[in-house]
Ligand binder design. Structure first.
Ligand code: SF4
Ligand SMILES: [Zn+2]
Length: 146
Protein backbone atom coordinates (compact mmCIF):
# COMPACT_ATOMS: atom_id res chain seq x y z
CA UNK A 1 0.00 0.00 0.00
CA UNK A 2 1.15 3.55 -0.71
CA UNK A 3 2.10 5.87 2.10
CA UNK A 4 -0.73 7.91 3.55
CA UNK A 5 1.20 10.33 5.76
CA UNK A 6 4.53 12.11 5.96
CA UNK A 7 6.50 13.37 8.92
CA UNK A 8 6.91 17.15 8.71
CA UNK A 9 10.21 16.96 10.59
CA UNK A 10 12.24 14.12 9.04
CA UNK A 11 10.20 13.52 5.87
CA UNK A 12 9.63 9.82 6.60
CA UNK A 13 6.64 8.29 4.85
CA UNK A 14 4.12 6.30 6.84
CA UNK A 15 1.09 4.17 6.20
CA UNK A 16 -1.84 4.42 8.51
CA UNK A 17 -3.84 1.26 7.91
CA UNK A 18 -7.47 2.05 7.15
CA UNK A 19 -8.61 -1.44 8.17
CA UNK A 20 -7.06 -4.73 9.28
CA UNK A 21 -7.19 -6.50 5.90
CA UNK A 22 -3.38 -6.40 5.59
CA UNK A 23 -2.94 -7.98 8.99
CA UNK A 24 -2.18 -4.73 10.79
CA UNK A 25 -4.74 -3.31 13.19
CA UNK A 26 -6.86 -0.54 11.71
CA UNK A 27 -5.37 2.84 12.56
CA UNK A 28 -1.90 1.43 13.27
CA UNK A 29 1.22 2.74 11.57
CA UNK A 30 3.87 1.15 9.35
CA UNK A 31 6.99 2.89 8.17
CA UNK A 32 7.10 3.15 4.38
CA UNK A 33 10.53 4.82 4.13
CA UNK A 34 13.88 3.15 4.80
CA UNK A 35 14.21 4.96 8.09
CA UNK A 36 12.54 7.52 10.31
CA UNK A 37 13.90 10.05 12.75
CA UNK A 38 13.35 10.12 16.50
CA UNK A 39 10.57 12.58 15.75
CA UNK A 40 8.18 9.88 14.56
CA UNK A 41 9.75 6.49 15.31
CA UNK A 42 8.15 4.89 18.35
CA UNK A 43 6.68 8.14 19.60
CA UNK A 44 3.15 9.48 19.58
CA UNK A 45 1.94 10.42 16.11
CA UNK A 46 0.94 14.01 16.62
CA UNK A 47 1.19 17.29 14.75
CA UNK A 48 4.30 16.09 12.90
CA UNK A 49 2.36 13.46 10.96
CA UNK A 50 0.49 15.06 8.11
CA UNK A 51 -1.84 13.42 5.58
CA UNK A 52 -0.18 13.24 2.17
CA UNK A 53 -3.37 14.40 0.49
CA UNK A 54 -3.01 17.70 2.31
CA UNK A 55 0.74 17.92 1.69
CA UNK A 56 0.55 17.11 -2.03
CA UNK A 57 -2.25 19.58 -2.61
CA UNK A 58 -0.24 22.33 -0.94
CA UNK A 59 2.99 21.32 -2.73
CA UNK A 60 1.25 21.53 -6.11
CA UNK A 61 -0.33 24.84 -5.24
CA UNK A 62 2.92 26.57 -4.34
CA UNK A 63 5.15 24.38 -6.56
CA UNK A 64 7.56 23.00 -4.01
CA UNK A 65 8.78 19.51 -3.12
CA UNK A 66 6.66 17.24 -0.99
CA UNK A 67 9.08 17.18 2.00
CA UNK A 68 9.43 20.94 1.89
CA UNK A 69 5.66 21.35 1.81
CA UNK A 70 5.36 19.01 4.80
CA UNK A 71 7.88 21.11 6.73
CA UNK A 72 5.93 24.29 5.97
CA UNK A 73 2.64 22.71 7.02
CA UNK A 74 4.26 21.37 10.18
CA UNK A 75 5.47 24.88 11.07
CA UNK A 76 1.91 26.13 10.48
CA UNK A 77 0.52 23.45 12.75
CA UNK A 78 2.96 24.33 15.55
CA UNK A 79 2.18 28.03 15.18
CA UNK A 80 -1.53 27.31 15.26
CA UNK A 81 -1.16 25.10 18.36
CA UNK A 82 0.74 27.91 20.08
CA UNK A 83 -1.97 30.40 19.18
CA UNK A 84 -4.64 28.01 20.39
CA UNK A 85 -2.80 27.52 23.69
CA UNK A 86 -2.53 31.29 24.09
CA UNK A 87 -6.23 31.81 23.48
CA UNK A 88 -7.96 33.46 20.55
CA UNK A 89 -10.66 36.04 19.99
CA UNK A 90 -13.38 33.40 19.84
CA UNK A 91 -12.55 32.44 23.44
CA UNK A 92 -12.01 35.99 24.69
CA UNK A 93 -14.54 37.84 26.78
CA UNK A 94 -14.10 40.94 24.61
CA UNK A 95 -15.22 39.22 21.44
CA UNK A 96 -18.72 39.64 20.09
CA UNK A 97 -19.48 37.47 17.06
CA UNK A 98 -21.12 39.34 14.20
CA UNK A 99 -20.95 38.18 10.57
CA UNK A 100 -21.26 41.83 9.48
CA UNK A 101 -17.82 42.54 10.94
CA UNK A 102 -16.35 40.41 8.15
CA UNK A 103 -17.51 42.67 5.36
CA UNK A 104 -14.28 44.62 5.14
CA UNK A 105 -12.16 41.55 4.36
CA UNK A 106 -14.62 39.29 2.66
CA UNK A 107 -16.87 41.76 0.89
CA UNK A 108 -19.82 39.96 2.46
CA UNK A 109 -20.89 38.73 5.91
CA UNK A 110 -18.61 36.05 7.30
CA UNK A 111 -19.51 33.52 9.96
CA UNK A 112 -16.08 33.62 11.66
CA UNK A 113 -16.02 37.38 12.13
CA UNK A 114 -16.85 39.61 15.04
CA UNK A 115 -15.95 42.73 16.97
CA UNK A 116 -13.40 43.25 19.70
CA UNK A 117 -15.09 45.33 22.39
CA UNK A 118 -11.90 45.83 24.37
CA UNK A 119 -11.21 49.60 24.48
CA UNK A 120 -7.49 48.80 24.59
CA UNK A 121 -7.74 47.43 21.05
CA UNK A 122 -8.52 50.36 18.76
CA UNK A 123 -10.61 49.98 15.65
CA UNK A 124 -8.10 51.74 13.45
CA UNK A 125 -10.91 52.90 11.13
CA UNK A 126 -13.10 55.93 11.47
CA UNK A 127 -16.13 54.10 10.12
CA UNK A 128 -15.70 51.06 12.36
CA UNK A 129 -16.67 51.46 16.04
CA UNK A 130 -14.59 48.45 17.08
CA UNK A 131 -11.75 46.37 15.72
CA UNK A 132 -13.01 43.72 13.31
CA UNK A 133 -11.50 40.36 14.16
CA UNK A 134 -11.72 36.74 13.12
CA UNK A 135 -12.63 34.27 15.84
CA UNK A 136 -9.23 32.56 15.45
CA UNK A 137 -7.18 35.76 15.82
CA UNK A 138 -5.28 36.43 19.00
CA UNK A 139 -3.60 39.33 20.74
CA UNK A 140 -1.71 40.26 23.88
CA UNK A 141 -4.92 41.54 25.44
CA UNK A 142 -6.63 38.18 25.42
CA UNK A 143 -8.77 37.53 28.49
CA UNK A 144 -10.54 34.22 28.74
CA UNK A 145 -14.28 34.25 29.11
CA UNK A 146 -15.35 33.96 32.73
S1 SF4 B 1 -8.45 41.35 19.80
FE1 SF4 B 1 -7.62 40.67 21.77
S2 SF4 B 1 -8.93 41.63 23.34
FE2 SF4 B 1 -10.01 41.75 21.39
S3 SF4 B 1 -11.32 39.95 21.32
FE3 SF4 B 1 -9.42 39.41 20.29
S4 SF4 B 1 -8.12 38.50 21.86
FE4 SF4 B 1 -9.78 39.61 22.91
ZN1 LIG C 1 9.94 12.06 11.68
Amino acid sequence: MDATHICGICGALWIQWPDDSAGCPAGSWSLRSQKAGECCDNVAMGLQIIPLSEVDEFAAEVEIERAEAAAVLYADRIAQAERDARGNCGLCRHYRPDPEAGRRYFGEPNKDSGWCLNPAVPSGRADYPHADMLSGDWCQQFEARP
